[in-house]
Design a protein around this ligand. Structure first.
Ligand code: 9UX
Length: 72
């Protein structure tokens, strides 16, 4: 099973922030892929909803110090 969610991310300072978010999300069990650019501030995440919950993705991103909002 595959789902996609778009999460708006505020508080990124540079591309190292992008890398930190991508590395963290990619390592979550049930995460398949993440696309995120500093310019768009919009993360597109492909994941398995039977393994990984949106709330868990958001929690992990916010633990890194960013603010989030679900965009779809
Ligand atoms: Mo920059 Mo971001 O010095 O997670 S890497 S704040």
């Amino acid at each position: 099973e595959t789902a996609q969610v778009e999460i708006r991310i505020e508080g990124m300072h540079c591309n190292s922030c992008v890398s930190n978010i991508c590395d963290t999300v990619e390592n979550l069990p049930g995460a398949f892929d993440i696309h995120l650019t500093f310019q768009d501030k919009l993360a597109t995440i492909i994941y398995d909803p039977s393994i990984l919950k949106i709330d868990d993705i958001i929690t992990e991103i916010e633990k890194l110090g960013f603010q989030t909002a679900i965009a779809n």
